[in-house]
Design a protein around this ligand. Sequence first.
Ligand code: ADP
Ligand code: ZN
Length: 731
Amino acid sequence: MSDRDFFDEGELVGVLTTQPLDRPLDYRAPEGGCATGAFVEVPLGPRRVLGVVWGPGEGKFDPAKIRPVTRVLDAAPMLPEMRDFLTRAADYTLTPLPAMLRLATRSPGLGDPPSMRTVLRRGGADPDRMTEARARVLDELDAFGGQAVTLSELAQAAGVTPSVVKGLVKLGAIAEEASPRDLPYPRLDPGVSPYELSDEQRTAADAIIAGVTGEVYGATLLKGVTGSGKTEVYLEAIVACLRKGRQALVLLPEIALTGEFLARVEARFGARPAEWHSGVTMTERRRAWRMVGEGGAELVVGARSALFLPFRDLGLIVVDEEHDTSYKQEDGVLYNARDMAVLRASISSAQVVLASATPSLETWVNAEAGKYARVTLTGRFGTAELPQMRAIDMRAEKLPSNRWLSDTLVAEARRRLEAGEQALFFLNRRGYAPVTVCRACGHQIGCDHCDARMVEHRFLKRLVCHQCGETKPIPNACPACGVEGRLAPVGPGVERLQEEAATLFPEARIAVLSSDLFGSARALKAQIEAIAGGEADLIIGTQLVAKGHNFPLLTLVGVVDADLGLQGSDLRAAERTFQLIRQVSGRAGRTGLPGLALIQTHQPEHPVIRAILGGDEEAFWRAQAEERRAAGVPPFGRMAGIILSSPNVQEVFDIGNRLARNAEPLQRIGAQVFGPAPAPIARVRGRHRVRLLVKADKGVALQPALARWVAQVRLPATVRLAIDIDPQSFL
Ligand code: ADP
Ligand code: ZN
C-alpha cells in the first residue's frame, strides 16, 4: 500500500474501479488533486465508472493516452485500513478485488452532491375518514421509526399510489419536512444500566471492556443461554467503546430481530442507532453509509454487509448468534461475515464479540485453543429457568397418517393455552406440503429448471421451487399421466400444521411465522411484536422463530420433527440440529414461568437427540470436535468447494474432469481433490452443476494453490466457476 496520501493535479494515480478488471488503472489526478482513498468517477471506454484512488499510477502506459479523473465524489476517502481489509478479504475468499469494492460502495446516490430533500413525519391531525389504505400508510410510517422516508418510498412500502400519501399530507396527518439529505444520527447517551449486573455478567463485561479500553484487537466468545444477559453484557462494552470515541457495530442474523434490539438501545441510550439492512429505505441507507464514514453515526446495527461500511474508527464488533448460517453469504461473493468480522477487528485494533448460546464448532475450537477468550454466563437472568426438555417417542404415539402433532404434545399445549400462556410448534419447513404426488401414477411434481420437487404453498395457491423461486399453479391433472383429481400433498409444512392445529384448537388464535408469508421485513417485525404482546395463543414457525425473539408468555415449545435435520450427509448436520433445537427450546419460559420443550422423534436414542436432551453441551462439542479431527475436516483441516455450472451437462463435466486431472498445483501442497460429482442439487435454473471438493491440511497456503490450479483451465463463456472457501453448505 502506498504511503502517499495526496496527489496533485496531473500526477499519475492508480484507480481501482468496480468493473471486472484485474488491477487498478492509471489516470491523472484532477484539478485540485485527490487524496489516496478518494471515491472518484473515471472514464472507462465510453462510460464513466466508480472507483477509488488506490495509490500512485504504474506509469507503464503511453502517457499521452492517460485520461484525467472525471471528478472526486463528495464522500470521505476510504481509509488505508479499509483498503487493507478489502484486499485481505479478497485474497482469503479468492474474490476479485473489484467485486469486494462493490460490497464497500453499496450506497445509493454515492455520487450525488449534498442537497435538501423532503421527508415525511407523522403530523398532528387525524384524518376525518380512515380508509384501509390510509391506515396502512400511517402504520408503515410508524414502522419506519425515526428513519427518513420520502413520499415515494412510503407509498411503495404501503403498496398505495402516491396520491393516497399526498391526501394524508393535505389533511395534516402527515407532515412534510425539508431535511438535508444526510443528517448525523442523534448522539447516544449511555447513561447507566437500568439493571444491576449480576456478578457473572459484571465479570464478563469487564473482560471485554478491558480490551475495548486498551484499543487492542481481541476476540471473545460470549457464551450463554438465551436470557442469560448476553445483550446486556455487550451493551456495556458498547458504552465503553462509545466513551472512547470509537464506533461500534452489532451484526444480527435476521432483520426481524433488529426491532427488539433498536427498542432496547433507544431505552438505554435515548436514541436509535443507524440501521443497515435490506429493510431500510434508500434515503436512510445513503444517510447511514455517509454518516458512518464521516463519524456521524456512533453505533450501527445491521446485517452482514454492514461490515463493509466505511467506519472511521471502529472499536467493537458484536456478532450476535454467531453460529447462525445466514452469516455465510451464499450468493455472489462467498464470505462468512463472522470470519470477516474477526479479520476486520484485527486490522482495526478492535474487539470482536461472538455471542451465542450454541457457538459454531469453529468458534468453540478457537476458544478451546486459546485463540479467543471465552466468557460464559451460566444462568438465566433472575427467575427465568431453563426449560425442561423431554423426548416424545413417535413410534409409541401411533399417529394416523396426515397428523403430525402427537396426543402428548397436544395435551401439554392445551394446558398452556388454558392458563393463558403461549405454545410454539416448530417445524423447519415452509409451505403446505413438501411433495405433491399423483395417486394414479406415483409421479412427483418437480421444478422444470431444477433438480428439486415443487413445494405446495396453499396460502399463495401455487407450487413453489425453493431452489430457484419458480412458481406454477397447482394443476388439476397430473402432468405425467393426465389423470385428474388424484394429486395429493405428502408430508407437512407449517401451513399444513396450521390446518391441523386449527382443528385441534378451534378457539385458539394461531400465528404462522414463516419468512415467505410476509411481504416486507417490517410486516414480519410487526407480527413478531404482536405475538410478543400476547396477540396469539399458538405460534407455528420455521427456523425464523429460533432466532432470539423474546415471547414473554411462551412456556411450551414442541419440536414437531427433530429427525429432519439428522438425515443430511452434511458434515455439520449434527451441529446444526443441536443448535437449532437447543435455540428454539430456549424460547420457552423466559420470564419466570417454567418452560417445557418437547421433542418429537422416531429415534430418541440417537446421540444428537441424547445430547440435546442431556444438555451436556461441552461433551457434545468435544465429541464433535474429535470426529472432525479424526476426519481431518474443518476446523482441523481446510476445505474448498468448486462449483461449475453450465446449461450443457457434458461441457460442465469435461471442465470438471480437466481440473481433476491437472491437480498438480494442489498436490504440491499435499491437498486432495474429490470429484467431479453432480452437486446434491444437480440442476438449478436450468444450469447443470458439478462440484469438486478440495481438502488440505490446516497449515498450508491453500488459496494461492487454488488460484494457480483453476487458472490452468480456460473456461468457455457458458461455464461459471465459483470457489467457496470453508463451505458451509454442500448444495
Ligand atoms: P440474551 O441476550 O442472553 O438473550 P438478554 O440480555 O436479552 O439475554 O437478557 C434477558 C432478559 O433479562 C432481558 O429482558 C433483560 O432485560 C433481563 N436482564 C438481563 N440482565 C439483567 C440484570 N442484570 N438485571 C435485571 N434484568 C436483566
Ligand atoms: Zn427451480
